[in-house]
Design a protein around this ligand. Structure first.
Ligand code: ZN
Length: 384
């Protein structure tokens, strides 16, 4: 059966990738590549090669041609060509192939050196923006030596200074509470005394030989309100992630009380990834005016099943509430895969509706533009 062509309105989209990370500026061995391909920790000796996943097959199907190889090139052939071209050229080709109109880069996760937002923007040929990771700001303040009494003020100062700073513009903030204390955050803004007490407990427990790592319900909540007060949209990691996440504590319905409490402020809250809770996220995006959602990360991990995921996510999520993101991290392949699989999924969904006369061509064109770029531009107030 021939592969269906993309709808022209979807093919022409310059996608705004509202949640992505840097890529590794070095050539990779097979083990190094496989370690970055999925959320698994390193290669998977008991389960065989991580190329034998939906993500691995999708790399061979969709990325091989960008490196001038035939579709479905074998892993060894793919990696040899990658090494021959070198990481700079591979990154440029794959980021260009994604067809981006902008990137909002989360700079808070740097287990190793990664390309900066400005470098990624250069490779993609699209404007780059920065998303501040809230816990990292708090950890830097704690690590630089502060008293519990000064902690809140120092965090506020740092956030405000980052928003005002020149260079790549900060357009949002991100919370990884899901990875730390879980998403069952109390709704109300913590009072000053509560924050001093929580900071005191945290600072007293810090050890010079251990990394500074925030995992405190009160302080996660304090950070979320601090960002919202600055008018910064707040992203939450939700659902699926690496083995560090406890999936049961990363269900977005746990945020319900906080979402209800923050609705009056009108500052967007964006639920990232969501899989396998994308239907729950769709419900929250429908009932709370300031809540938005995406299906990043799962797109490339689901490979050819990405269409089923997008269709389920868009059962309830209003078309004005779903954003495109790759959640690419480490491998430039993931920028391209996120984009190509999302375009195919969106095109298939819109075409099915057209074939069944569920909507008009004009509706389909409008929805594609909203989901692919317009919603993100509105949420993060991007130019253009
Ligand atoms: Zn991410």
């Amino acid at each position: 059966m021939p592969m269906p062509e993309l709808l022209p309105a979807v093919a022409a989209l310059r996608l705004v990738d509202h949640h992505c990370h840097g890529v590794v500026p070095e050539d990779l061995s097979r083990a190094g590549f496989e370690a970055l391909l999925t959320e698994a920790e390193g290669a998977s000796p008991l389960g065989g090669s991580l190329f034998d996943t939906q993500a691995g097959l999708a790399v061979r199907r969709w990325c091989a041609p960008v490196l001038d190889l035939p579709r479905h090139a074998e892993p060894e052939e793919y990696l040899a060509r990658r090494a021959e071209l070198g990481h700079t050229e591979v990154t440029r080709r794959l980021l260009r192939a994604a067809g981006l109109g902008g990137l909002c880069v989360d700079t808070g996760y740097t287990p190793r050196p990664l390309l900066s937002p400005a470098e990624l923007a250069g490779a993609a040929g699209a404007p780059g923006y920065e998303i501040l990771r809230l816990e990292r700001v708090a950890e830097e303040v704690a690590g630089s030596g502060t008293s519990a009494a000064d902690f809140a003020g120092r965090v506020h100062e740092r956030l405000a200074a980052s928003v005002r700073a020149g260079g790549v513009r900060v357009v949002g903030a991100k919370s990884v509470a899901a990875y730390r204390a879980g998403l069952a955050l109390a709704p109300e803004r913590p009072g000053p005394r509560e924050v001093v007490a929580a900071a005191g407990r945290w600072l007293a427990a810090l050890r010079p030989d251990a990394p500074v790592r925030l995992a405190d319900e009160v302080l996660h909540r304090f950070l979320v309100y601090a960002a919202l007060d600055l008018g910064l949209p707040v992203q939450f990691h939700v659902g699926y992630g690496d083995s560090d996440v406890h999936l049961a504590r990363a269900n977005p319905v746990l945020l319900t009380d906080l979402l209800r409490a923050t609705a009056p402020a009108g500052v967007p809250i964006v639920l990232l990834h969501n899989y396998p809770y994308h239907r729950e996220a769709g419900y929250l995006a429908q009932v709370f005016p300031h809540v938005f959602a995406d299906v990043s990360l799962a797109m490339h991990n689901l490979g050819r099943r990405a269409g089923a995921l997008l269709a389920e996510a868009l059962e309830l999520t209003p078309f004005g509430k779903l954003l495109y993101a790759s959640d690419a991290c480490g491998l430039p392949e993931l920028y391209h895969l996120g984009a190509v699989l999302f375009r195919r999924a969106l095109s298939e969904l819109l075409r099915d509706g057209l074939d069944e006369d569920s909507w008009t061509e004009r509706d389909a064109v409008r929805i594609a533009a909203m989901v692919g770029a317009g919603n993100a531009s509105r949420v993060y107030r991007l130019p253009g």
